[in-house]
Ligand binder design. Structure first.
Ligand SMILES: [Zn+2]
Ligand SMILES: [Zn+2]
Ligand SMILES: [Zn+2]
Length: 278
């Protein structure tokens, strides 16, 4: 998400009792569920983008942006969650992009939205450093990984498990993120002891990704590519997400079948990762 700009869409600012004085508020558009909705000038909002920010992306799918936003505001009671929302934007793909202030808030908000709205797909983005932990045994849970990493690195409360899944070798692997300025601790350690095994933890280098054309190496602001934000990352098809896609992989960057554009199998992607490594 680094350096990403979501375009010139008008921003909808939701204030949970907190007013941001630097913003130029140009229109008050109503009150919903204890939140005041206002339109702000896009430029005023842009200056406030925080490098430390976390964010949540809500995919609207076939539904209308305004409709999903309204349902979300009604169902997920932000005031009771104790999260600080900086702003809510509409992406060029029509999805909802929520920027937050403070650690761990994206996860809290994501969980709240997921619990109340099973029909939408919600992902969190933060600016942490992502590590993959491999060689995990098949019975270990994400809570156990989190506890072990926090204990062995001394980063209590700072480890966020992003996913844990089975590997084709009969074990599990996990992706987790730690704050950028604390990543050194885990990098130094290199392995995490989990029961009988020592599990390797490697930093995962993810190149800058454009959310419009889905290609890597540039951001939305400088994108000259086509708008693929509604397309499946695996096959390029519409109306489904890559997670549920069973079609043959088709790389939209290389225009060939056989690999996804977000894996090391893609020569374009691999090149960017290797460039970033050294
Ligand atoms: Zn692009
Ligand atoms: Zn697909
Ligand atoms: Zn490729």
């Amino acid at each position: 998400m680094v350096g990403e700009n979501l375009g010139e869409d008008t921003n909808v600012l939701i204030l949970g009792g907190e007013v941001a004085p630097t913003r130029k508020i140009i229109e008050f558009t109503g009150k919903s569920g204890g939140n005041y909705n206002m339109m702000v000038h896009p430029r005023a909002a842009r200056g406030r983008r925080s490098e430390k920010g976390e964010s949540v992306l809500v995919r609207t799918g076939d539904r209308l942006f305004a409709e999903v936003l309204k349902t979300m505001q009604q169902k997920a009671d932000v005031a009771s969650l104790n999260v600080n929302i900086n702003n809510v934007k509409k992406t060029s793909g029509g999805d909802i992009f929520i920027r937050l202030k403070g650690k761990g808030q994206a996860q809290t908000l994501k969980n709240a939205i997921k619990n109340k709205m099973e029909e939408v797909s919600v992902t969190t983005r933060n600016r942490g450093t992502v590590f993959s932990v491999i060689d995990l045994d098949p019975a270990v849970t994400s809570e156990e990984v989190k506890a072990a990493v926090e204990k062995q690195t001394g980063l209590a409360g700072l480890v966020e498990i992003k996913l844990i899944r089975n590997t084709k070798f009969g074990g599990q692997m996990c992706l987790l993120s730690v704050p950028n300025n604390k990543a050194g601790k885990l990098r130094e350690l290199g392995t995490i002891k989990m029961g009988w095994s020592a599990c390797r933890a490697r930093e995962r280098i993810v190149p800058l990704r454009c959310y419009k054309c889905l290609e890597y190496g540039h951001s939305l602001t400088s994108c000259k590519g086509e708008d693929r934000s509604k397309q499946c990352l695996n096959c390029g098809g519409l109306n489904h997400r890559a997670q549920e896609c069973k079609a043959v992989s088709k790389c939209m960057a290389c225009k060939v079948d056989g690999h996804r554009m977000d894996t090391m199998k893609c020569p374009e992607y691999r090149k960017l990762v290797l460039e970033k490594k050294d």
